[in-house]
Ligand binder design. Structure first.
Ligand SMILES: *[C@@H]1O[C@H](CO)[C@@H](O)[C@H](O)[C@H]1NC(C)=O
Ligand SMILES: *[C@@H]1O[C@H](CO)[C@@H](O)[C@H](O)[C@H]1NC(C)=O
Ligand SMILES: *[C@@H]1O[C@H](CO)[C@@H](O)[C@H](O)[C@H]1NC(C)=O
Length: 173
């Protein structure tokens, strides 16, 4: 019994060590639309790093939001790698699609956020103690390396209003 427990703890420990946040940046391109009073990584425990973001939406209600996420892999400098996807966030949340990798990333992210409903958004958005989960990557096994994910938001008209950059390391082999 004790042995089983130990194995369990061992694997949980390992899996958390495998995908690790290293840096976080939130940039508002339109301070009249969006602002980030908080955007930082916090040490939650040994080797466990959580992201904390407070998003202030200043033109509420938000009924339209296009997001674009791009993943980069670092070789010599960061190069686009694998994903460059744009989504109508409101529509995607209204009609979730299990075939879509975005669905899995969103589902894994939900427990850490109050973004668990579809549009309109009338409140500030919080992300609290968000850790990356290796389950996010089980559908998309990424090779060991250093990555950057950028999440850009567009007000749904033509204006890119913000960029969130998430830097992380993966070591899954
Ligand atoms: C986030 O983690 C910190 C440090 O471990 C803890 O004090 C805090 O209560 C956590 N917040 C939430 C919302 O889980
Ligand atoms: C991502 O795709 C958009 C639209 O196709 C393109 O304009 C943009 O240059 C691409 N960005 C990167 C970093 O590849
Ligand atoms: C969304 O999250 C809030 C706070 O965590 C919770 O009170 C609420 O029931 C959740 N709503 C849905 C639809 O899951």
């Amino acid at each position: 019994m004790k042995f089983l427990l130990w194995i369990c703890v061992f694997f949980i420990g390992l899996s958390q060590g495998y995908v690790r946040l290293t840096n976080l940046k939130c940039e508002s391109l339109d301070k009249s639309y969006i602002d980030f009073p908080e955007c930082r990584l916090k040490v939650l425990g040994r080797g466990i790093i959580g992201a904390n973001i407070h998003v202030k939406l200043l033109k509420i209600p938000v009924n339209k939001m296009i997001i674009r996420f791009i993943t980069y892999r670092k070789l010599s400098g960061y190069h686009p790698f694998l994903f460059n996807v744009s989504k109508d966030l409101c529509r995607t949340l209204k009609y979730p699609n299990r075939q879509d990798v975005f669905y899995y990333v969103y589902r894994a992210f939900l427990p850490f956020s109050n973004l668990n409903h579809t549009c309109p958004y009338n409140n500030d958005v919080y992300v609290k103690n968000c850790t990356l989960d290796e389950r996010m990557f089980s559908k998309v096994p990424l090779p060991k390396g250093t990555y950057l994910l950028t999440l850009e938001m567009n007000d749904g008209i033509i204006n890119w209003v913000s960029i969130v950059s998430v830097y992380f390391d993966i070591d899954m082999d």
